[in-house]
Design a protein around this ligand. Structure first.
Ligand code: NAD
Ligand code: IPM
Ligand code: MN
Length: 357
């Protein structure tokens, strides 16, 4: 029987609550599909700062590297918001992405059938269906560029960050997007700010060069401000969106709401091999932490992505997605509540998905 080693980074805020539900679902799936899972927990984020003084202890990096896959809840919270940048919980998250070489972040925005009509965007605009794959570059750009504090020319205190992309960095993320499009509807929209930023002009030139290897894929370009608008005007025009680290961060939160709630969107962060880190796109939601009302489905769906992209268990992944779809017909957490379904807690939601599996 196959055995998979998974490192759990539960993190802060709602992180532990949602990861516990995802583990329940993974265990149930393992039983059904005849594999076993061995878990190891490691500290990252605020909890790691409290326990060790560092947001990303070396032990955590080592454990992640030694595992088949990593499942993350979320990190951060007001308790650590005044720490210097390099010591914040978020620095732990960026650190693990960098240390594991997780350059490709896949953020699918899909509407589950029972949630049709529950989006804040009118149903006639969405047309009942949404299936957008945002491919976000994850280990470069302004998140990883040099930054600092200085004085401006008048002596006023100032600060700076830098956006830099190299051609190989853009090429490899573009290839991920085009390969993805070949398995989908063969359309890639590259999003940049090439009317202003030099790094975006290089991005666009490079994406165009890579597109020559994919003659079947239709490529178009949008400026990020227009893309933000187009996502609510006509989201059906999109298949695969490829974009930089910061633009992908912002556009994926927007795309999540089109799908009903940020509590529904999963993600996969992938390196060159099969190791991946799987996490909901949302954060630690300090405003609802500890109340048992968080939606665990984004994390549960991240487990489905793990089974598909890292563990090569596509049937188990399908089973989780189908179970989520069935569960949504009857049960909802408060963020996606509806009149004709029963409102449940985070933990009950996990139980309901398990019983559908
Ligand atoms: P957030 O995503 O945590 O929350 C935004 C809003 O969405 C909040 O109202 C929250 O209650 C709601 N929400 C989020 N997830 C939900 C869920 N599963 N179910 C129901 N409602 C949910 O974003 P924020 O408030 O801007 O950030 C809070 C903290 O999380 C910050 O410290 C931030 O840096 C961190 N963060 C971490 C990650 C990560 O670890 N991957 C991602 C984003 C933000
Ligand atoms: C995300 C988060 C992170 C990001 C933060 C917490 C560093 O917002 O995963 O979307 O910006 O990448
Ligand atoms: Mn984000």
């Amino acid at each position: 029987m196959k055995n998979y080693k998974i490192t759990l980074l539960k993190g802060d805020g709602i992180g532990p609550e949602i990861v516990d539900e995802a583990v329940k679902v993974l265990n149930k799936t393992a039983e059904k599909f005849n594999f076993t899972v061995e878990y190891d927990e490691a500290l990252m984020g605020g909890c790691a700062i409290d326990a060790t003084g560092s947001p990303l202890p070396q032990e955590t990096i080592d454990k992640c590297k030694a595992s088949d896959s990593v499942l993350l809840g979320a990190v951060g919270g007001p308790k650590w918001d005044t720490l210097p940048g390099s010591q914040r919980p978020e620095a732990g998250l960026l650190g693990i992405r960098g240390a594991l070489g997780l350059f490709a972040n896949l953020r699918p925005s899909v509407i589950f059938e029972p949630l049709q009509g529950d989006s804040p965007i009118k149903d006639e605009i969405i047309g009942g269906q949404l299936d957008i794959m945002i491919v976000r570059e994850l280990t470069g750009g302004i998140y990883f560029g040099k930054r600092g504090r200085c004085d401006d020319e008048k002596g006023n205190p100032a600060a700076w960050d830098t956006e830099m992309y190299s051609v190989p960095e853009v090429e490899r993320i573009a290839r991920v997007a085009f390969d993805m499009a070949m398995k989908r509807n063969k359309k890639v929209t590259s999003v940049d700010k090439a009317n202003v930023l030099e790094s975006s002009r290089l991005w666009r030139e490079t994406v165009i060069k890579v597109s020559k290897d994919y003659p079947e894929v239709e490529l178009n370009h949008l400026y990020v401000d227009n893309c933000a608008m187009q996502l609510v005007r006509n989201p059906r025009q999109f298949d695969v969106i490829v974009t930089s680290n910061i633009f992908g961060d912002i556009l994926s939160d927007e795309a999540s709401m089109i799908a009903g709630s940020i509590g529904m969107l999963a993600s996969a962060s992938l390196a060159e091999g099969t190791l991946g880190l799987y996490e909901p796109i949302h954060g630690s939601a300090p405003d609802i932490a500890g109340q048992g009302i968080a939606n665990p489905l984004a994390t549960i769906l991240s487990v489905a992505m793990m089974l598909r992209y890292s563990l090569n268990e596509p049937e188990a992944a399908d089973a989780i997605e189908n179970a989520v779809n069935e569960t949504l017909k009857k049960y909802r957490t408060p963020d996606i509540a509806s009149a004709d379904t029963k409102q449940v807690s985070c933990s009950e939601m996990g139980d309901m998905v398990c019983s559908e599996i």
